[in-house]
Design a protein around this ligand. Structure first.
Ligand code: C2E
Ligand code: MG
Ligand code: MG
Length: 681
């Protein structure tokens, strides 16, 4: 596996790039200056390019000047020897120096040729003297050139060489026609002033190069600081700041690399999109710093699991991408899916136990695609499918594409329908099997889409549940149902209302305040409100779920377990829940009479529930025979097409009137109208 950057140095850019002090910098100041003047501790700050530019600036100018002087000295002034030396130096020394510098080769030699030309031409100028002995003045420019071109230390070398040359020549040729302009007595003065000029040139060059050095250091430090921030910005643009993992932008090219490598080793890849559940809720409780720690712990665990065999990325706030190498391109998809969905992510963050649920979608290279985008897209698509079906892991399945598109189309339409108040409510009566009295009505959501017609809640409730629309939907259902119940109390006092409560809605922080406010607003007896929850509730978050259920019961509202028998919980387990009713799922009721197994289950459930003090409701009663059988088994309440299908509110109210009249005529009493509103008890 690639190594991911996990740490970041905390050094400030300036501290990081500060220059260490040299031993010379510790010496006393005057000595420090003298030793710098002599070239001690001088740095090579001129790069190849600058040195090349220097040669290419000075040498061509020198070339032209030397040729012009050569012409002048040969033709106009009577110094043919000087002219010849100048012409020869220009052609034999400066031209090669220019050519070497142009090619960028042997720069040192180009510089040396330039210096040699200076030594020869200036030396000749001094010795010959030229017009009025002015040749000597040219010699004074040599040290400046030497220090500039060769730097502090070698500048002295060349200046010394030049001084020596001039001294030896002047003294040797003293009194000869070659050195005629000079008074021999003055020669030591000339030489000492040349030495003095060399010191000045060295000082000048030292100051110039120090200034340049400082400028260079400043530029370096600024560039380094800028580079540091640029690196940081680049890192942040491509990584998650908390886990330091690659983000979505970065992981795509990395995944493409992985695909290439898998291709060359004839292997496969698992691309797993992993949505971490309830991260915002957890963050609300433990705080954002602790959540960051949690994220680091999660990714640390996944890194350990992956070892060298994969890669990890954080592609969204609650979403990770795991890339896992498979040795072979073919493998058991079902087993792999099971394995991916079976990890336990339990952590202890700051002494707080945290369990992380996740939903994973898997795409496989080469089976599901050969491009990073395609695999990522399919992994995320199957993750949404897993979410939709409440599974912990799903392998990408092309046949699900259509269902997926339909799901999202429906999601959009459901969201619009809710925004435009297009959902309605139907009510289905619940009857006391022993007395025949109407005791309650279950409120069931209905959606009529103008384009697609009636859409079953079995289809749209799961869409709402997996998309977060369920919270506003449930709030609307409860508000609507309680208002209707309050209204029908005038004609049918004591008839309760039952509302389905999805697990996600139970954890809606607005649920309890809303219930409290609605009970106050409508003045309804809380015992007339029943909330139906499913067994799955306790599987997801038992402790928190239990606490909320207790708060609901404390309001006086009743609780029922819906669809009992479809989950995994036992009655023994349910006795710990603060529920008062049990609704046996219709799959046991619809085939009750013919199926002895169902009969046994229903009978023992009723028995046990009664022993636990629970009322039993049978849903899905479609005929009289079933109703009578349930009566014999001691079931308390019935619901089903036998009594009535769910109806719009007006039809339901008419049905109630009609049913009441029938009951008055019949042997059993009609609508139960206990003043305290506890018709079901
Ligand atoms: P549920 O809560 O178990 O509701 C009972 C379902 O059984 C209703 O289906 C009802 O029409 C149907 N039913 C009642 N008697 C019979 C019968 O004798 N035979 C047959 N075959 N079916 C019968 P519906 O209205 O389609 O609702 C299906 C499920 O959708 C509900 O099951 C409930 O889980 C969910 N649901 C409906 N409305 C809401 C809602 O407002 N909120 C939430 N969270 N879920 C809802
Ligand atoms: Mg129900
Ligand atoms: Mg049910």
């Amino acid at each position: 596996m690639r190594k991911l950057r996990t740490t970041h140095t905390a050094t400030t850019p300036n501290a990081k790039y500060a220059m260490p002090k040299t031993p010379e910098q510790h010496a006393p100041k005057p000595w420090r200056f003298v030793s710098s003047l002599l070239g001690q501790g001088s740095k090579e700050i001129l790069g190849q390019q600058e040195r090349r530019d220097n040669v290419l600036t000075i040498a061509p100018i020198g070339f032209v000047v030397a040729l012009l002087f050569s012409l002048f000295n040969t033709l106009l002034a009577p110094y043919p020897l000087l002219g010849a030396i100048e012409a020869a130096s220009a052609l034999l020394l400066l031209l090669p120096a220019i050519r070497l510098a142009r090619r960028g080769q042997h720069l040192r030699w180009a510089e040396n040729l330039l210096m040699l030309c200076g030594v020869v031409v200036f030396g000749a100028l001094v010795v010959v003297g030229g017009v009025g002995g002015t040749g000597l003045f040219w010699a004074y420019s040599f040290p400046f050139m030497a220090f500039f071109i060769k730097g502090q230390r070698k500048g002295w070398l060349w200046s010394g060489l030049f001084l020596l040359e001039v001294g030896v020549l002047l003294l040797a040729l003293r009194g000869t026609p070659l050195a005629y302009p000079y008074d021999p007595v003055q020669i030591p003065h000339y030489l000492s002033s040349l030495l003095f000029v060399s010191v000045i040139a060295a000082c000048f060059n030292l100051l110039r190069s120090r200034f340049q050095e400082k400028l260079h250091e400043g530029v370096l430090a600024n560039t380094a600081t800028a580079q540091h921030y640029l690196d940081q910005l680049q890192f942040l643009a491509l990584h998650d700041p908390v886990t330091k993992l690659p983000n979505r932008t970065r992981i795509l090219p990395l995944l493409q690399d992985e695909i290439r490598q898998a291709q060359s080793r004839h292997g496969g890849l698992l691309v797993i999109a992993m949505r971490l559940s309830r991260l915002p809720e957890i963050s609300n409780i433990i705080g954002s710093d602790a959540t960051n720690e949690l994220m680091q712990a999660i990714t640390g665990t996944l890194h350990q699991l992956l070892g060298e065999g994969g890669m990890l990325a954080r592609i969204a706030r609650e979403e990770l991408l795991v890339i896992f190498h498979m040795r072979k391109p073919q493998f058991d998809l079902e087993k792999t899916t099971q394995m991916v969905g079976s990890y336990n992510l339990d952590f202890e963050i700051r002494g707080f136990p945290v369990h992380i649920d996740y939903t994973a979608g898997i795409a496989v290279y080469p089976r599901h695609g050969a491009s990073a985008e395609e695999l990522l897209h399919k992994a995320e698509q199957s993750m949404l499918q897993a979410l939709q079906h409440g599974q912990s892991a799903t392998m990408y399945d092309a046949s699900q594409d259509e269902a997926f598109i339909r799901y999202h189309y429906r999601f959009g339409r459901l969201r619009d329908a809710m925004a435009q108040n297009q959902l309605t409510q139907h009510f289905q009566p619940l009857i006391n099997i022993r007395t025949g009295k109407l005791v309650a009505a279950e409120a069931l959501a209905r959606w009529f889409d103008p384009e697609e017609g009636f859409i079953s809640p079995l289809e749209f409730i799961p869409i709402a549940e997996s998309s977060g629309l369920i919270k506003p939907l449930t709030r609307w259902t409860i508000r609507e149902a309680l208002h209707q119940c309050a209204l029908w109390q005038t004609d049918f006092p004591g008839v309760a209302v039952s509302v389905n409560l999805s697990v996600r809605s139970l954890f809606d922080t607005e649920l309890l305040p809303m219930l409290r406010q609605l009970l106050q607003e409508t003045g309804i007896n809380p015992a007339l409100v029943r909330l139906e929850v499913t067994e799955s509730l306790m599987l997801s978050s038992p402790e928190k779920g239990m606490a909320i259920l207790h708060e609901i019961v404390a309001l006086g509202v009743r609780l029922a377990i819906d669809d009992y028998g479809t989950g995994f919980s036992s009655l023994g387990y349910l006795k710990h829940l603060p529920v008062q009713e049990l609704k046996i799922d219709q799959r046991f009721i619809s085939k009750l009479v013919d199926d002895r197994g169902n009969m046994a289950i229903v009978e023992s459930t009723i028995d046990l529930a009664h022993h636990l003090g629970l009322m039993v409701v049978a849903e899905g009663i479609e005929d009289q025979e079933t109703m009578q059988q349930l009566w014999l088994l001691g079931c308390d309440i019935g619901q089903g097409y036998y009594y009535s299908k769910p109806m719009p509110i007006d039809d339901y109210l008419s049905w109630c009137h009609h049913y009441q009249q029938q009951q008055l005529l019949g042997p059993l009493a009609g609508v139960d109208g206990d003043a305290d509103g506890t018709a079901m008890l």
